[in-house]
Ligand binder design. Structure first.
Ligand SMILES: N=c1c2ncn([C@@H]3O[C@H](COP(=O)(O)OP(=O)(O)OP(=O)(O)O)[C@@H](O)[C@H]3O)c2ncn1[C@@H]1O[C@H](COP(=O)(O)O)[C@@H](O)[C@H]1O
Length: 107
């Protein structure tokens, strides 16, 4: 299982977004503004919906990766930190006992 996290990707995106590197797709997209980033996210989401509807697991895996990348780019362009989203999700977590279990290292 990969140890790569959304937080890792958000750090990469933040750094690339403001790099000014002409070879950076992230920098080029963010330079186009939050609305363009949001439109791109919407396009990728639709492609993921199509893959899921067609029950194409390989395609859905690739499209889901695109969705997560473009979600983080959209958040970066809108200056909304991933941490704020995670705080929001944590606040919605119901007390099931699973939270403590997830935090414990595997036995
Ligand atoms: N995870 C991704 C990632 N996923 C998708 N993409 C890019 O998203 C684009 C989407 O493809 P499309 O064909 O839909 O778009 P396009 O026609 O090329 O471009 P648009 O004009 O539609 O925006 C492709 O160019 C992909 O390379 C990504 N680009 C970058 N990353 C990550 O961001 C890091 C920094 O990348 P750079 O900013 O390019 O250095 C990389 O190391 C990766 O970790």
């Amino acid at each position: 299982m990969s140890n790569f996290t959304l937080s890792d990707l958000a750090v990469i995106i933040k750094s690339r977004a403001h790099s000014g590197d002409p070879g950076s797709y992230t920098a080029k997209l963010v330079a186009k503004g939050p609305s363009r980033c949001a439109k791109k996210f919407g396009e990728e989401a639709v492609e993921a919906v199509i893959a899921a509807t067609e029950r194409n697991a390989a395609e859905l895996t690739a499209e889901a990766a695109d969705v997560l990348y473009h979600l983080l780019v959209m958040l970066e362009a809108a200056e909304v930190p991933l941490d704020a989203v995670m705080d929001e999700l944590e606040g919605r977590t119901r007390q099931t006992g699973l939270q403590e279990k997830a935090a414990r290292p595997a036995e």
